[in-house]
Design a protein around this ligand. Structure first.
Ligand SMILES: *Cc1c(COP(=O)(O)O)cnc(C)c1O
Length: 399
């Protein structure tokens, strides 16, 4: 049926979609058009971090829907100030700019990095360094920032000004400053690229080099932020203070939103006329963002995520000890990668037959993204299903 849907649909064929149609979601579960229930451990790719249709956010957004949807950034928007304040009060940053997506947040980061270098007498610093297996978005500049040739194919000439180095590589550190580098942009745990965490000692050295040369350290926390890795923002766990952070995915609990969050001196480089967005910072998205952050700041919320993460990683490592199909467990918080010995397509389909949705990331990596609100029982359900699949797989391969 989905085959027919693809070939007859007026929607462009830009995604390999799973053969189910989700029509409803609540908490950790979604339901398909034929009534089947699934445990959603994709969370809309780390977007529905509070589960589907979280009530606190829902009520606030519904109220806002009755008041005002849009009024353009030519007017004061108090909810923007409120969300910006929440973000800066709970981070090392001082100012925020709002947009509508991850790519748009990274575009803003790329722009402000170039402007900052010029504003600070570093006009020759025009390059941005990114790293192997990164993912920063699909627009012109963010695609060029993404150091994966498969994503560039067919789209040359790429936006110039990006230089790619190897993540976690000590030689890369020597090449950060070539006199032309304005900024470094990286994910602290690469999401799409295979769930690859950055080494703590490596990023600390990287931070020192950046500070020495006034190169901006920019963290793409679009997937790692908003509690996903167990702290509000992932950088907190690395003992670093970046100059720039980008957010999107989880920030609106599923309502489209993006944010560029920066240190004060960086913020100076955007003034009226230098950057903007029609929909960015609209009252609906801001309300969703405020309610989302308020939920994450509730006592015990993030420490709970830590406990769930520990249990999940320990359980997965036990499975790894018993079953040869699992090669490695990687990740932080509830952004978990399970490196398998073979392609993930079959595993994802088998999970789906058991009523569980999971994703892949890069080669042979299953990406497990439970809602941060998932329960112990749901985590147990997931591990039990995984074990059954591993047993089935072993009995098949031994025939
Ligand atoms: C999803 C993602 C993006 C792109 O976000 P969009 O909202 O799809 O534009 C950029 N960087 C990272 C790390 C992401 O996970």
């Amino acid at each position: 049926m989905s085959e027919t849907l693809h070939t007859t649909s007026a929607v462009m064929n830009t995604y390999n979609r799973f053969p189910i149609t989700i029509v409803k979601g609540k908490g950790s579960y979604v339901w398909s058009d034929n009534g089947a229930q699934y445990l959603d451990y994709t969370s809309g790719i780390a977007t529905c971090n509070l589960g589907h249709v979280p009530e606190y956010v829902q009520v606030k957004v519904k109220n806002q829907l009755d008041l005002l949807w849009h009024c353009s950034n030519l007017f004061e928007i108090p909810a923007q100030q409120e969300l910006a304040q929440l973000l800066v009060d709970n981070s090392c940053f001082e100012k925020a700019f709002f947009c509508n997506s991850g790519a748009e947040a990274n575009e803003a980061a790329i722009k402000i990095a170039k402007k900052y270098a010029k504003d600070h007498g570093n006009g020759k610093r025009v390059e941005i360094v990114t790293f192997s297996h990164s993912f920063h978005g699909r627009t012109g500049s963010t695609m060029a920032a993404t150091a994966q040739t498969k994503i560039h194919e067919g789209f040359t000439p790429l936006t110039p000004g990006f230089r790619y180095l190897t993540l976690n590589d000590s030689n890369a550190l020597k090449e950060i400053d070539n006199g032309k580098t304005a900024a470094v942009l990286l994910e602290l745990v690469q999401g799409e690229g295979g769930v690859n965490p950055v080494d703590i000692s490596w990023i600390k050295q990287l931070e020192t080099i950046c500070k020495q040369h006034d190169i901006l350290l920019m963290v793409d926390e679009i997937q790692t932020g908003i509690g996903r890795t167990g702290s509000l923002f992932s950088y907190e766990q690395y003992g670093i203070e970046p100059d720039v952070m980008t957010l999107a995915k989880g920030l609106g609990s599923g309502i489209a939103i993006g944010a560029l969050v920066v240190k004060e001196p960086v913020a100076e480089s955007f003034q009226p006329g230098t950057h903007g967005s029609t929909f960015g910072g609209n009252p609906i998205a801001m309300t969703a963002g405020i309610a989302t952050i308020e939920t994450l700041l509730e006592e015990e919320f993030l420490s709970d995520v830590g406990r769930k993460s520990e249990w999940l990683i320990t359980s997965l490592k036990k499975l790894q000890e018993s079953y040869s199909s699992i090669e490695e467990i990687r990740g932080l918080g509830l952004l978990i990668g399970v490196q398998m010995t073979d392609a993930t397509g079959n595993w994802i389909a088998k999970f789906r037959e058991k009523g569980i949705l999971v994703l892949s990331a890069g080669e042979n990596v299953l990406r497990i993204l439970p809602p941060l609100t998932t329960t112990k029982e749901e985590l147990e359900q997931f591990i039990a299903a995984f074990q059954e699949l591993l047993i089935e797989n072993d009995s098949q391969t031994s025939i």
